[in-house]
Design a protein around this ligand. Structure first.
Ligand code: HEC
Ligand code: HEC
Length: 205
C-alpha cells in the first residue's frame, strides 16, 4: 500500500512539470509553426558553447556526455530546470545553466528536439537479453521503441556509458538524480542487466 502512495506521488510530481511557465511557453511555441522555426534558429545560436561537450547538432562524441539530439523538448526543459534548482547534480551543468534565460532554455530544448539522433553500435550478445528486460520493466513508460514522450525521456540511440551510469545512479539512490519511478523500476536490476539493457537501447533507431 505504501508503495502505491509513493507511486501516485511520483506520478503527480512527474506530471507537475508540464505546468511550469516554461513548459506552457514551450507548448505555445509548438502550436505556432513560425514561432517554432524562430525558436529552433535562436536555439542553434545559443548552443554554440554546449557543442564543446554535447557535440555539433547535439550528438555527443564523449561517452559520458549524453546526446541531446532527438530528445523530447519537455524532458530537456525539465532537466535544465532540475540542474538550475540543484535537484539534479552535476557541478558543471548546475553552474552553466544559470546563465540561460527562460526563453533561451525553451529555444535550446526546441532546437535539440528538432534534430535526428543516429543509433550507436552495441554488443550484439547483450542486445537480446536487454530487449527482454526493457519490454518487461521499462517499455510501459519509455515506449515500445524507447522514443519516450513529454514525461519520459527518449532512450533510443543514447550513449552507452551515459545510459549505464544513469541507470545505476537511480538504482543505487546516490542522490545525483532522484526519481521514485526510476528507483522502483531499476531496483531489481543486477549490474549485468544494466549492461544488457544499455546495449539494447544504444543501438535502437
Ligand atoms: C563541459 C561539458 C558540458 C558542456 C559545455 C555542456 N554540458 Fe550539458 N551535460 C554535460 C554532462 C557531463 C552531462 C551529464 C551529467 C550527468 O551525468 O547526469 C550533461 C547533461 C545535460 C542535460 C541532461 C540530458 C539528459 O539526457 O538528461 C542537458 C539538458 C544539458 N546537459 C544541456 C546543456 C546545454 C543546453 C548546454 C549549453 C548551454 C550544455 N549542456 C553544455 C556536460 C556539458
Ligand atoms: C514508471 C515509469 C518509468 C519506468 C517503468 C522506467 N522509467 Fe526510466 N525514467 C522515468 C522518468 C520519469 C525519468 C526522468 C527522471 C528524472 O527526471 O530524472 C526516467 C529517466 C530514465 C533515464 C535517464 C535518461 C536521460 O536522458 O538521462 C534512463 C537511462 C532510464 N530512465 C532508463 C530506464 C530503464 C532502463 C527502465 C527499465 C529498467 C526504466 N527507465 C523504467 C520513468 C520510468
Amino acid at each position: 500500500m505504501r508503495k502505491f502512495f509513493v507511486l501516485v506521488g511520483s506520478v503527480l510530481a512527474a506530471v507537475a512539470h508540464a505546468q511550469t511557465p516554461a513548459q506552457d511557453r514551450l507548448k505555445a511555441i509548438q502550436a505556432d509553426p513560425v514561432a517554432l522555426r524562430a525558436a529552433v534558429d535562436a536555439g542553434k545560436k545559443t548552443t554554440f558553447f554546449c557543442a564543446n561537450c554535447h557535440g555539433e547538432e547535439g550528438i555527443s562524441k564523449t561517452p559520458e556526455v549524453p546526446n541531446l539530439a532527438g530528445q523530447n523538448p519537455a524532458y530537456l526543459l525539465e532537466q535544465i530546470r532540475k540542474f538550475g534548482s540543484g535537484e539534479r547534480k552535476d557541478q558543471f551543468m548546475q553552474g552553466l545553466i544559470k546563465v540561460l534565460k527562460d526563453e533561451e532554455r525553451v529555444q535550446v530544448a526546441q532546437y535539440y528536439a528538432s534534430i535526428k539522433v543516429p543509433p550507436s553500435r552495441a554488443d550484439a550478445a547483450q542486445v537480446a537479453r536487454g530487449k527482454e528486460l526493457f519490454g518487461k520493466l521499462c517499455a510501459r513508460c519509455h515506449g515500445e521503441q524507447a522514443h519516450g514522450n513529454e514525461l519520459y525521456p527518449r532512450l533510443a540511440g543514447q550513449k552507452l556509458p551515459y545510459l549505464q551510469t544513469s541507470i545505476t545512479r537511480y538504482r543505487d539512490g546516490t542522490g545525483i538524480r532522484n526519481n521514485q519511478l526510476m528507483s522502483i523500476a531499476t531496483a531489481t536490476l543486477k549490474n549485468e542487466d544494466v549492461v544488457a539493457v544499455a546495449n539494447y537501447l544504444t543501438q535502437l533507431p
